[in-house]
Design a protein around this ligand. Sequence first.
Ligand code: ATP
Ligand code: MG
Length: 736
Amino acid sequence: MDVSYLLDSLNTEQREAVSAPPGHALILAGAGSGKTRVLVHRIAWLMQVESVSPFAILAVTFTNKAAREMRSRIDELLEQPAGGMWVGTFHGLAHRLLRMHWREANLPENFQIMDSDDQLRLIKRLCKSLGVSDDKWPPKQVQWYINGQKDEGLRANHIEHFGDEYTRTMLTVYTAYEEACQRGGMVDFAEILLRAHELWLNHPGLLAHYQRRFQHILVDEFQDTNAVQYAWLRLLASNGSHLMVVGDDDQSIYGWRGARIENIQQFSTDFPGAHTIRLEQNYRSTGTILKAANHLIANNQGRLGKELWTDGQDGEAISLYEAFNEQDEARFIADRLQDWLNTGHQLSDAAILYRSNAQSREMEEALLRISLPYRIYGGLRFYDRLEIRNALAYLRLIINRHDDTAMERVINVPTRGIGNKTLDTLRAFAREQSCSLWQACQQSIELNLLPPRARSAIEGFMRLIHGMEQDSADQELGDTVNLVIQRSGLIAHHEKEGAEKAQARLENLNELISATQSFAEEWQDQDDPFEEDAQSDTERAILSTFLDQAALDAGESQAPESDDAVQMMTLHSAKGLEFPLVFMVGMEEGLFPHKMSMDSINGVEEERRLCYVGITRAMQKLYLSSAESRRLHGDVNICRPSRFIRELPGTLIEPVRLKSEIRRAISTGRPASSISRGTDIPDTGISLGQRVRHGKFGEGVVLNYEGSGSHARVQVNFDDAGSKWLVLSYARLEAV
Ligand SMILES: Nc1ncnc2c1ncn2[C@@H]1O[C@H](COP(=O)(O)OP(=O)(O)OP(=O)(O)O)[C@@H](O)[C@H]1O
Ligand SMILES: [Mg+2]
């Protein structure tokens, strides 16, 4: 049988790995060196050459998407479906086992999976009934404790304590929590793994069955396995199976969720005689991108050490764009993407990577503005996110009490004792009287149709909305939004969710404040600067326009999978993927590295690995960008560029200078050199780069323009007031 097609497209070390005789193997290799490719070819090789049945193969990937991709690549190679093979994530595989062996796992047949919201709610109830004060022991902390122990494979009765109050309290809740879950037939995420491990431990017969079945176990992204996952693998592979793991210690980015890089070192001890193979040739990125990645990661201590090289071209320099602010950054990127599309490329070949989800909003707006389709990978678009929809619903009620959708959404969020029964009564009333829910509330109070408790809850809600309206009457839009978020109780409501989720939701709510502030500013810039009357009327008008805009943004459905669209995702979810064009945005201290990780060396090193993951996603061209000022959580912050930019060799980086001029050149398709400082803005007597004075904003430099003559708009970077777009004929700029 000719199997050369399985090896032809591989280098010597990759071939060695793919065609190794059965045995344990550790493939330790940097980003883009073909680890995943080796796994795929190895599986095909096992089936074709070693005649291994697909039933005897178990492959573990990091995401479900990666699992699907792996399966389809194998099918492609073999030109037939490899049915019967198990491919999935640790969670997916463990869950499958529990469903099949629920009895042995001591679970009811219809056991339920609890997500982290359900888990937190349960913990809160338990704390209350146990008399554990949630001021002293916040339920989120208890949740974090329980999950952390489970990730380490520890149940309450495994944990020793020496009488300290903290451990004693945590253990009390942990024990009660385990009992409650068991009674209710519920498992949380960490429990799925822990139970699957116990399934092996408690049922040697079952373990032996799977040990016999899975002769070959292959694991991708091994550096991000946690203690339970590794223990589960070790047991499964301990009786004659062959375990091949591939990983890169430099790409371990889930330490905060219990992943252990040490598992890589431990592997050779636990599986003596394991074949170690290193792959150092990178096939993904240009020489420049690779050198940058190598240089950056060299700043980490205690690495297992490897240097990637490529025999490909050096390629283009890494472009660094230092924007004035986050809007300028987003616009710059949108322009580059438009250019990419205009020059015959696919949008889906481009990715925007950011550190936290909230950062997507500015980018989404810039892309919507120029109608470039985008897709958010592994997350919702900003205006589709639960917390944002909740906050917007309150704002909509301020403007219009008869907005039933908004009313339905928040009348009992956060919970204020307005139950489904009451709501049903109100809905029926509204239907009969053909009135809005709000009116139904008013009238059923007047007619005394509601039981006292429901009545007072509804009155409370109506007072809340009235109060919000009155107290925000002459406030600026950003302050109104802030007031609504605070008073509605949404912050507290979302804070109760699991740690990770709550953090993201709060960041998003704060981002909404920023969004409205810049929206209001833009609105004012567009306004005639000499007409400043009718202030509070304008504030409501701005709010209402903002809400329309947000509804439109949310209404634009996400581009379907098959359509060509820019890919947007967090750095964490970019793991394992590759794109010809990559933008890493928000490269600023506090944002990336994230402020929560900046205090410890370990924290910064994990952020640096995340940066390494980001850089090594790029195949041809990498853009880094930072903003000199950024609105974050409602405040404008002056930002310092990320230390990670400084850690890259200067020779590989080309700063994008004359920011807006180049941006303009890109968007108009004119070469940058034809627009330079001193270019006259047609029929205006003003030129780019000129210093000017404005009656209100003071002195600044003209950076950019649109249009000509009386229609011209100019962008001026004011020394004190920052960058603004002004209509030239109103602005009355004087040359300085
Ligand atoms: N020998 C080879 N010849 C040509 N292209 C290759 C070779 N090996 C790998 N590639 C290509 O290089 C790219 C990176 O490969 P792959 O995704 O398998 O790397 P990886 O080590 O898994 O990366 P990561 O660490 O990011 O997960 C892919 O496009 C792959 O098809
Ligand atoms: Mg990979």
